[in-house]
Write a protein of this length. Structure first.
Length: 227
């Protein structure tokens, strides 16, 4: 068992539960927190502080880790001990922003590929190098559409000024979905949701659990900081 200090970069929907992930400020490595009540995720009560408040993006908090429990498709997974989490501070100082910039992926691909999904057979005998990544999107748009009576939300963006590939990935960040839910269907530039203010935006990409033969790439966290 060990005590870790984590900056939260994702607290997203995972079915009826939560996926909380971030960077350990002890190891500077990604971790995805796994609870004891439901396999491969956290219940909403497990993803809260002792006072009942939800963990928010850019919260720094302390948590006891019981053991590493990574799988081939999620090598970053760690099992929490189940003791209360302790809020430490917000990760939004100028020096903190520099840390975020330093861990943004330099690759032109999202989670080791240009596609929006990875076949489950790929992890049958070999582990993924990463299943979490911080992105610095360019030309970011939000696509809201209706399908079978339900609203769907997707992030549409490029990586890097020279990027030629446009990514189109589903969004699972609850706080950001609340904002998108106020918008009409259509494709909206990111600037509209920022009040046309200059911002530094980061996206946390995460690989899903297996679904119909694939692991899908998701936008599990949307982080907006004033530039």
């Amino acid at each position: 068992m060990r005590l870790d200090r984590i900056v939260c970069l994702a607290n997203s929907y995972k079915h009826d539960n939560r996926c909380v992930a971030g960077i350990s400020l002890v190891t500077r490595k990604w971790v995805r927190l796994i609870g004891r009540k439901v396999p491969c995720c956290l219940t909403r009560s497990e993803a809260r502080y002792e006072n009942g408040k939800d963990v928010c993006l850019l919260d720094v908090f302390e948590v006891e880790i019981d053991a590493d429990c990574g799988s081939n498709h999620h090598p970053e997974d760690v099992l929490i001990a189940g003791t209360p989490w302790r809020w430490v501070r917000r990760f939004d100082e100028p020096s903190d922003v520099e840390v975020l910039r330093s861990i943004v992926t330099k690759e032109p691909t999202v989670l080791q590929g240009y596609c929006d999904r990875i076949d489950t057979h790929r992890f049958a005998s070999a582990a993924a190098r990463v299943s979490l990544s911080l992105l610095g999107p360019e030309d970011l748009w939000w696509w809201i559409r209706e399908e079978s009576g339900k609203r769907r939300y997707r992030a549409n963006f490029r990586l890097g000024h020279e990027g030629r590939i446009r990514y189109d990935l589903p969004v699972t960040d609850p706080a950001w979905l609340d904002q998108l839910n106020l918008m009409p269907t259509g494709i909206h530039p990111h600037s509209i949701l920022c009040g046309n203010q200059a911002t530094q935006t980061f996206l946390t990409a995460s690989l899903s659990e297996a679904y119909e033969g694939f692991h899908y790439k998701l936008i599990a966290g949307v982080i907006n900081l004033r530039a």
